[in-house]
Design a protein. Structure first.
Length: 308
């Protein structure tokens, strides 16, 4: 197991380097001059502009800028934003909000996705199975921003159950509706995944054998069907934490949440390369670590990996 985990950790290094290089190249290739964009419609003093480019290493070739970024990132020095704030401070303010939002969405999709998926799988062919499948298909097909605006109108404006927007310092109720929107698509995938696994395992030989031995229906479901059916669901949930954080940009824009997604969007508009690459790098790290945790879980559960 140790060799397996070591291989997985070593594989993280080229993934992170390749991702940061790609993102840095895309930011570098963005049209326009970020220094001139800082001045807006005002005339630009070329001497001041040259000083700013030198301060942010914008006058150096692409590969030099990237290597300088990597060198500073090793000491957690991600540079300064164009507004003069340390990048690490901006990220430190934004990440806790997005983490709370992602965790709430994770709990929402995990609980309701598993419950409805198991019900649908156990009662395959019934009318409520069809309803659950139709709703899950709609959630997958409809874009997130449409779902967000619909919930805002009905739950926030018409019925006034939850706040329409979250604002700068959101609480639990402020993030509840955004979490539902963010986790809706993943919940639909979990429903369909759990339904497929449950309906497949319910007809396996070991289930029939357990019932032939006199086990109650509840024991068969809890000890045999669910235990084997939820393994793929746990895998999906383990990797989805990073996906939720990375996919929060649209949700945070809709509900005016000052998190990582909103900060990333603003940084892209301003052409702030160090801030964009720093945020994406941390998101990639979160995603890769979540994958590593899932791999470790498999290494513990699967003897073929544990003794490899």
């Amino acid at each position: 197991m140790g060799k397996y985990l070591l291989r997985r950790i070593l594989q993280m290094i080229p993934v992170i380097l390749g991702t940061t290089l790609l993102i840095y190249a895309l930011v570098f290739a963005l049209p326009g001059d970020p220094v001139r964009a800082m001045f807006g419609a005002r005339p630009v003093n070329e001497a001041v502009a040259a000083q700013i480019r030198s301060e942010y290493n914008l006058d150096k070739p692409f590969i030099i800028q990237y290597l300088l970024f990597l060198k500073n990132a090793l000491s957690l020095n991600f540079g300064m934003t164009f507004s003069g704030q340390p990048v690490i401070s901006v990220i430190g303010r934004a990440f806790p909000v997005t983490i709370r939002l992602a965790l709430m969405a994770f709990v929402f999709e995990g609980i309701f996705g598993v419950i409805f998926g198991v019900i649908s799988g156990l009662k395959k062919g019934k009318w409520y199975d069809s309803v659950i499948l139709i709703v899950s298909l709609l959630l997958i097909s409809v874009p997130t921003f449409v779902t967000g605006f619909v919930l805002q109108y009905f739950i926030g404006v018409k019925w006034r159950i939850l706040p329409v927007t979250a604002g700068g310092s959101p609480g639990f109720l402020d993030l509840l509706m955004p979490a539902m929107v963010l986790g809706s698509v993943s919940m639909a995938y979990i429903i369909r995944l759990a339904r497929t696994e449950v309906s497949s395992n319910i007809s396996e030989d070991y289930v029939r054998t357990a019932r032939a031995k006199g086990m109650s229906n509840r024991s068969v479901i809890m000890r045999h069907i669910l235990r084997n059916s939820l393994i793929p669901v746990v895998t999906y949930l383990g990797t989805d934490i990073g996906t939720l954080m990375a996919g929060a940009m649209i949700t945070e824009r809709i509900f005016n949440i000052q998190g990582v997604g909103n900060t990333l969007y603003q940084a892209i508009l301003r052409g702030e390369g160090p801030l964009v690459v720093s945020i994406v790098t941390i998101l990639v790290l979160v995603f890769v670590v979540c994958n590593l945790v899932v791999d470790m879980l498999y290494a513990v559960l699967d003897p073929r990996i544990r003794y490899a």
